[in-house]
Design a protein around this ligand. Structure first.
Ligand SMILES: C[S@@+](CC[C@H](N)C(=O)[O-])C[C@H]1O[C@@H](n2cnc3c(N)ncnc32)[C@H](O)[C@@H]1O
Length: 237
């Protein structure tokens, strides 16, 4: 798949929890930042599991009609490329994949209407939070995904380069007291997911006081190959 801009569609929270290998029973009482939250329902699910979610995305500054039009257009932009992409397994269910994105959007609208203060318009690498404001930070389908195509991302043209990734990761670390989960950390060269080329340079220049490791995604989302994310942990004093 190739896109000319960063797409704005969201997954359901339950799918993201599975992908991130997060156990619902461990979430109660945690302050969780979802950046980017997109028009997805992770905050809604986190709230159901007793967590205290905050979602951040520059798209939250858009008027509702504009965000809706953009979300539906971007779900369609993915749909248009699904059939031709060899990374999807033969048993991949395109219909339920697309339906789950529309379901995620409806759940997002309900949750944002009930908790507008938990949805904040901002963008990496500058977040409007004090140091260590969150116990857990999750970041899905922005880092690695929207690197330039030449570096293994989905973007034609410049994309989010390695310098941007370093700044974004530094900012996520600043606002995190304990743990960050980033997904994906794989990319696609050919018909299989493989580890993204930015992973090694980011891990070899990790900030002091942090450890990092790859984790296997809790579900493969219909993709062939090794679907992985990164977990960063702040060392306990
Ligand atoms: C594909 S969506 C991912 C949504 C959600 N995390 C998920 O995985 O379902 C990518 C989102 O990144 C947002 N975005 C673009 N640039 C950003 C930035 N610099 N900082 C934070 N979010 C950004 C877009 O507005 C878009 O909603």
């Amino acid at each position: 798949m190739r896109f000319s801009r960063i797409l704005s569609f969201g997954r359901t929270g339950e799918e993201l929890l599975r992908i991130l290998a997060l156990q619902p029973a461990t979430l109660n009482g945690l302050r969780v930042l979802d950046c980017p939250g997109g028009p997805g329902s992770l905050s809604s699910s986190l709230r159901c599991h007793g967590a205290l979610p905050t979602a951040v995305d520059p798209a939250y500054a858009l008027p509702r009609e504009h965000l809706e039009a953009q979300t539906l257009r971007d779900i369609q932009a993915v749909a248009d490329q699904l059939d031709d992409d060899p990374i999807f397994r033969d048993d991949f269910d395109k219909t339920s994949y697309l339906a789950s994105k529309r379901q995620a959007y409806r759940q997002f609208l309900d949750d944002r209407q009930a908790h507008p203060g938990d949805y904040i318009a901002a963008a990496l690498p500058d977040l409007p939070f004090a140091d260590q404001s969150f116990d857990l930070v999750v970041s899905c389908s922005l880092l690695f995904s929207y690197a330039p195509a030449a570096d293994g991302g989905l973007l034609e043209g410049p994309g989010l380069d390695l310098a941007w990734h370093r700044s974004a990761l530094r900012e996520l670390m600043r606002v995190t007291a304990s743990e960050i989960r980033v997904y994906p950390a794989h990319t696609q060269f050919g018909a299989e997911a493989v580890i993204h080329p930015f992973v090694e340079p980011l891990l070899t220049s990790l900030q002091p006081g942090w450890t990092a490791r790859l984790f296997h995604a809790g579900c493969h989302q219909g993709l062939r190959g090794d679907t992985v994310g990164l977990v960063f942990q702040r060392a306990r004093k």
